[in-house]
Write a protein that binds this ligand. Sequence first.
Ligand code: SF4
Ligand code: F3S
Length: 104
Amino acid sequence: TYIVTDNCIMCKYTDCVEVCPVDCFYEGENTLVIHPDECIDCGVCEPECPADAIRPDTEPEMEPWVEMNRKYAEQWPVITRKKDPMPGHEEMDGVPGKLEKYFS
Ligand code: SF4
Ligand code: F3S
């Protein structure tokens, strides 16, 4: 599976949702997540993210991210259409500590 990691937070470019063939992105206030059980591992979303926030779970230490993506995907509404990124997305791209401060 692929998952959304912390650099999506406060950027939320949403280019990813347009290309997903199975519509498995879910939207919180400040970030998106992927439902890991719905993702078919096609990989097309990964290069679409300007924030480089989408990672495959084959990378090291991804299990906590998989669990977090699953947990919130089950609570948040699906998103299938691109929308404007968040205000301040350019300044927030790459800022450390986003998970602790802004995850929602
Ligand atoms: Fe959707 Fe494919 Fe990305 Fe999985 S890897 S979230 S199926 S676009
Ligand atoms: Fe987030 Fe990247 Fe999608 S910033 S909304 S994972 S395009």
